[in-house]
Write a protein that binds this ligand. Sequence first.
Ligand code: PMP
Length: 444
Amino acid sequence: MNLQASPPPSNLFYQSRQRRPLVGEARGIYIWDADGRRYIDGSSGAMVANIGHGNEHVLDAMRSQMAKTTFAYRLHFENEPAERLARLTASRMPEGLDRVFFVSGGSEAVESAIKLARQHAVATGREGRWKIISRYPSYHGSTLGALALTGMELMSGPFEPMLRQMPKIPAPTCYLDRDDLSMEERGIRYADLLRDEIELQGPESVLGFIMEPVGGAATGALVAPDSYYRRVTEICREYGILLILDEVMSGAGRTGRFLAAEHWDLKPDIVALSKGFAAGYAPLGAMVAQRDIADAVLAAGGFVHGYTYAGNPLACAAGLAVLEEIERLELCANAREVGDLLMAELSGLKARYPFIGDVRGKGLLLAFELVSDPEFMTPLPREIDAHIHLVEEAYSRGLIIYSRRTRGGLEGDHFMVCPPLITSREQVGEIMEVLTASLDAFSD
Ligand code: PMP
């Protein structure tokens, strides 16, 4: 007999799968539910809690800001946390990217990037440019503008009539290709699809190209060969289109550098940040732009865009303390070191479980993909619903991982193992122990 009381009916509207336990406390890489059961936060939520839970420096900074003021509208007052966070953010960006626009999340950051890019074209007399090419599959957010860039039918399907879909080129899934080319050659081939698309669309109509340097939810930590990044950059420069990087997931140290862009020395025109930027302590994101782009828009009459909560002092105080902790605790270096170990451990699973087809990623943005035939990377049959079952096996054993089954052009169950950047080598052992038990149960 099940003596557990069933949870009371909920007025919340966003649960889609099953009800989860109420959350209790969270500290470091662990979360306890209200009944005291412990879970390892093996995906940092949705790749958010980069500095771990319950960080005292951040909580103190928030408490002291709360004692002063939690809100003052930006058209009425400047606020110091926003000023300081903008300065610190700019100091972590590639040269020239020093104009910072705060928002409350990733979709807003991408939406702001779209609007700044368009306004820049208008401000510089290039009204004909409005198309932003993105990739398929991809995820850039759930607001209608960001959704027009998102290559994921599951998310955009019902809204198609309301969207002005932007052109998309295939994501560089070189690991799936079976041809005689080297990885570097494949990288060039995928990048050249951008040139083809620009020509097809008409170069004078194209505003920019947006990508995640290391893929997130849609492609499961997809990393392209170095050649891809070089060629994409060249093509953007050649056609005078903006390179927009969505670093909502890959930024804030997640891949072992503050921006994933640094691995390839990319010089983006605009960057979108969120998730690890305030690491779950506050709803916060940022759109960071090249000085001349932002200044041209300001000179032409101002940026016609805004959110009430933009630059909220409490959120910015949290974000500032989070960036300070990323530096003080040297979390980029830890993400590289612990990420290498976790990557080696995950790769080691391939020998034991033939259905693990690919292990990929950078730093602590890591994923593995399940397949029925590793030689040809054939996806598992859809009916197996691996992305649900393996996640549930892990959850029941106290490990949270993040999964997706990409719908549409690209099939495959991938699982993201992305613990907080404070994870220790010992804790990698804990994660692997539960993951292995879960894979054993899944394969039975
Ligand atoms: N861009 C990327 C790359 C993301 O991963 C996400 C969230 N998963 C978003 C944008 C949207 O962020 P948010 O959910 O905070 O609006």
